[in-house]
Write a protein that binds this ligand. Structure first.
Ligand code: SAM
Length: 308
């Protein structure tokens, strides 16, 4: 792929570089905020699965404002290291671990967060059922850690794959939040099953004790969640968000959007420091990928499914 072909294919990838965002995902959070006003009154925020850091950049710019308020505390957690960002404390850790929750709370000096966001994605395999299952695990891990750190009334936003068991996830979220909406920002490709759950007004059941257990890992569950009916089945509203006149992430735009300016290739603002897919990229560059052994196009799909 030539240096400019992704620029041509993906308008948000190109805009991200022009505006200095580390990844195109920044636009997803910005468009979610446009719709839900997520940042209003937030002074303590947690970015789960944050690397390479475009959501943390959005939080840093939006919450700290022009005067770079020191009262705002932002914690970013990821398994991977990421380059530093102003006003953001990094924890290189695993969101499934209680020790990570404790570290976040320590940073907030015992106070709770107003907002938790999670754009977490596992290394995708290209096998859709497996990817959906692992994504669901990650979302539940994010919910668990959120129950340790979020204040009552606070909000939680997380990436979700709208796969066949999504109803179970909605049911889990509805136990903890009075409002759950599934939102699809314009910058998230229609061709991708990715969407975001916007969970508002954290209100855990009375007597709930935060823990790290995960019902999807409990194999005594043997229910087809799509067969659930009545109050056992939760249908949450689905909302397409972002200005409808905004760029369509599935369309290809000409490289020269502004005919008065010449197109200029820009390198990525801050590539990941040590991405887990580095070896795969290297192999692909040297045409060394053993394609016959992988399910058709699975690795290519997987790399682009990162949708950064
Ligand atoms: N929101 C980020 C941004 O805007 O730059 C992009 C996040 S990227 C799509 C997904 C991230 O999830 C990866 O950096 C990966 O390391 C992280 N991740 C996956 N599983 C994790 C876990 N158990 N704990 C912490 N981070 C995890």
């Amino acid at each position: 792929m030539g240096r400019s072909s992704k620029d041509k294919r993906d308008i948000y990838y190109r805009l991200a570089k022009e505006e200095g965002w580390r990844a195109r995902s920044a636009f997803k959070l910005l468009q979610l905020d446009e719709e839900f006003n997520l940042f209003k009154g937030v002074s303590r925020a947690v970015d789960l699965c944050a690397a390479p850091g475009s959501w943390s950049q959005v939080l840093s710019r939006k919450l700290r404002g022009k005067d770079k308020s020191e009262d705002v505390k932002i914690v970013a957690v990821d398994l991977q290291a990421m380059a530093p960002l102003p006003g953001v404390t990094q924890i290189q850790g695993d969101i499934t671990k209680i020790s990570t929750a404790q570290e976040i709370i320590r940073h907030f000096e015992g106070q709770s967060a107003d907002l938790v966001v999670c754009d977490g994605a596992p290394d995708v395999t290209g096998l859709h059922d497996v990817d959906e299952y692992i994504q669901a695990q990650l979302l539940l891990a994010a919910l668990n850690i959120t129950t340790h750190v979020l204040k009552p009334g606070g909000n939680f936003v997380a990436k979700i794959f709208r796969g066949k068991d999504v109803t179970l996830l909605y049911s889990q979220l509805k136990i903890f939040f009075s409002s759950v909406t599934c939102a699809k920002p314009r910058s998230s490709r229609n061709s991708s099953i990715e969407a975001f759950v916007v969970c508002q007004n954290y209100s855990p059941p009375e007597g709930y004790v935060p823990n790290m257990s995960n019902p999807l890992l409990d194999h005594s569950y043997d229910v087809d969640f799509n067969q659930l009916e009545g109050p056992n089945r939760i249908i949450v509203p689905f909302l397409a968000c972002g200005d409808l006149s905004a760029f369509d992430s599935d369309r290809t735009y000409p490289l020269q959007l502004d005919s008065s300016k010449e197109y200029q290739y820009l390198p990525p603002t801050q590539p990941p420091i040590r991405p887990p897919y580095q070896q795969a990229c290297q192999l692909r560059k040297n045409n060394l990928l053993a394609k016959e052994d992988s399910p058709s196009g699975a690795l290519d799909d997987s790399l682009s499914a990162l949708d950064l």
